[in-house]
Design a protein around this ligand. Sequence first.
Ligand SMILES: N[C@@H](CCC(=O)N[C@@H](CS)C(=O)NCC(=O)O)C(=O)O
Length: 208
Amino acid sequence: MKLYDAMTPNTLRVQVFLAEKGIDVPREPVDLMAGGGRTPAFLAINPLGEVPVLELDDGTILTESVAICRYLESLHPDPSLFGADRLAQARIEMWNRRMELHFFDAMGGVARHSLPFFADTVDQIPAYAESQLRRFDRVCGWLDEAMADDRPYVAGDAFSVADITGMATLLGMDFCEKRIDPRFARLKRWEAAMRARPSFAGLFAAAA
Ligand SMILES: N[C@@H](CCC(=O)N[C@@H](CS)C(=O)NCC(=O)O)C(=O)O
C-alpha cells in the first residue's frame, strides 16, 4: 500500500486514522503548492487532482478520505473507529456526517473563498468567506450545546472517526487563522484534548 499525502485537512483524516490504529503505510508526498496535484502523472492516479489517495499493492486506487478509512478499518478492526456495535456505528455515522456537513464544511467555505491557494480554482467571493465565518461560530455554538452532557468525544464515550473529521477542521482553522470562541467551553475542552492526542500532535512534530 502507498498513501499519496500532503499536510491538508482531508489527508490529515487518513494520517490520524493510521496513527490511531498504529499502522505504518509508505507515503508519497504530493507538493500541492508546487502544482503536484495537477501533473499528468498524478491526474492519471486521481483525475480530481486531490489527496488523499491510497494505492493498493495490486494498483487499485482508492480516493475519498472516509472510503480509505473504512477500508483500513476492515483490515485493522481494533481499535474500532467506526463503532463496534450497531448503535455505536449509527451514532458515529450520524456525527461524522454532521461534523462534515457543518463544522468542516463551514471552515472549508472560509478556506476556499479566502486562501490564496484556491485563487486559481475558485471564483472567490470575500463576502461568502465572511458569511461562512459567521456560520462557523453558529455551528460551534450548536456543537457546544450538543456536548452539554460533557461527553469527551463528539459521538459519545469513545474516540471515533467523527472526532477525526473535527481534527481536520482544526487544521483548516489553523490555515485560516480562526479560533473557536472561548465562550464555547465544552468545545474548547474537546479541541484541547484533540490537539494533545499523539496522532494529531505527532503530525506537526514530524513536519517541524
Ligand atoms: N472528498 C475528498 C476531498 C479531497 C480534497 O478536497 N483534498 C484537497 C486537500 S484537503 C486537495 O487535494 N485539494 C487539491 C486542490 O484543490 O488542488 C476526500 O474526502 O478525500
